[in-house]
Design a protein around this ligand. Structure first.
Ligand code: ATP
Length: 332
């Protein structure tokens, strides 16, 4: 099927760099002779026919802005057989032959269903959580890491001044990627992630942290930073329990949505540009049901269905490194 019109939408949680990806897709798509159409508010908008023509000028002054100009949404109605059929019908009526979906696993499931109705679909991984198994990198991850790192650095200043224990909860949904990288980047004493610690009883977690605080005190550390992934949660309760056990002033800070916003870092902008171009190239080659990914450090593409079945895990090495670098102060 010859493709004339390409739609683009952002879906699931927003991530810094989504705008840069939209810009790349639209500018490169137009240069290849395609008509480019934006679908507003993800699959929710697709289901309601919320389309707008995109020109090179309509994506001006966008590369540096966080969020997504197309807006995003979650839609239960779309994820039903009737929803898929209706969305596909509206898309075809508007002339869309192809759709580039920037989002996470759920969004790719939707893209797969649409491809079965005859619309060529390509996925681009966009989520701050880096929790898409088929790719080593997702657009938005680096910006979120930098935002969290800066926040932890600031909390560390005050924690040191007051000789406090600080529990800092970072995002990541059910994955610990943000937590481990932020812990490594900020020199945290400990990190708790859902993959390892979610089912651990609170008392056990408290005992581990308390033991660590005692060790830190022995070597003269003035603060104690623990990074907790949102998938473990409960940081307020843990803080209270730790303070009761140790009499060390303990504060919990939940960083929350601050990690979702802001101007994308260079890494996110560069990936957005390259992944956006590659998505259009895949459509030019007549491909469908593919997702652009990073594997072994290189950009490539995989079948969406196969990609959704892949597995990846937080590196054991990185997780262990957090504690070992913190403890090694004893040998200095
Ligand atoms: P994030 O990681 O940021 O949450 P995501 O893409 O995984 O991104 P979801 O909320 O899981 O976010 O999915 C986005 C949308 O994709 C859903 O609101 C729904 O409309 C659609 N979707 C999810 N799963 C399916 C499915 N199995 N079939 C069809 N559509 C789906």
């Amino acid at each position: 099927m010859e493709i004339k019109t390409i739609g683009v939408l952002t879906s699931g949680g927003d991530a810094p760099g989504m705008n840069a990806a939209i810009r790349a897709i639209v500018r490169y798509g137009l240069s290849c002779g395609f008509r480019m159409v934006g679908v507003e508010r993800g699959y929710h908008g697709l289901l309601r026919g919320e389309f707008k023509e995109l020109t090179a000028a309509s994506v001006s002054d966008l590369i540096q802005r966080g969020g997504t100009i197309l807006q995003t949404a979650r839609s239960k109605a779309f994820a039903t057989p009737e929803g898929i059929e209706q969305a596909s019908k509206l898309a075809k009526e508007y002339g869309l032959d192809a759709l580039i979906v920037i989002g996470g696993d759920g969004s790719f499931r939707g893209a797969h269903k649409l491809s079965e109705t005859g619309i060529n679909t390509i996925g681009i991984p966009g989520t701050i959580d880096n929790d898409i198994s088929c790719t080593e990198y997702t657009i938005g991850y680096d910006t979120a890491l930098n935002t969290a790192m800066e926040a932890v650095d600031k909390i560390r200043d005050t924690a040191t001044s007051h000789q406090r224990c600080s529990l800092i909860e970072v995002m990541g949904r059910n994955a610990g990627y943000i937590a481990v990288d932020v812990a490594l980047a900020t020199g945290a004493e400990m990190v708790l992630i859902p993959e390892r610690d979610k089912h651990c009883p609170k008392v056990e977690l408290v005992n581990r942290i308390v033991e660590d605080i005692r060790q830190s005190q022995k070597v003269g550390k003035k603060h104690h930073i623990v990074i907790i992934a949102e998938g473990v949660g409960g940081s307020q309760e843990l803080a209270q329990m730790i303070e009761e056990c140790t009499e060390v002033e303990t504060r919990a800070t939940v960083l929350g949505h601050i990690q979702r916003g802001g101007s994308p870092t260079i890494r996110d902008r560069v990936y957005a540009a390259k992944m956006g171009k590659m998505a259009v190239d895949l459509l030019k080659e007549g491909k469908t049901n593919r997702v652009v990914v990073v594997q072994n450090g290189k950009l490539t593409d995989v079948d969406i269905t196969e990609g959704l079945e892949m597995k990846k895990n937080v590196s054991e090495f990185d997780y262990e490194l957090v504690g070992s670098l913190s403890r090694n102060i004893q040998n200095c």
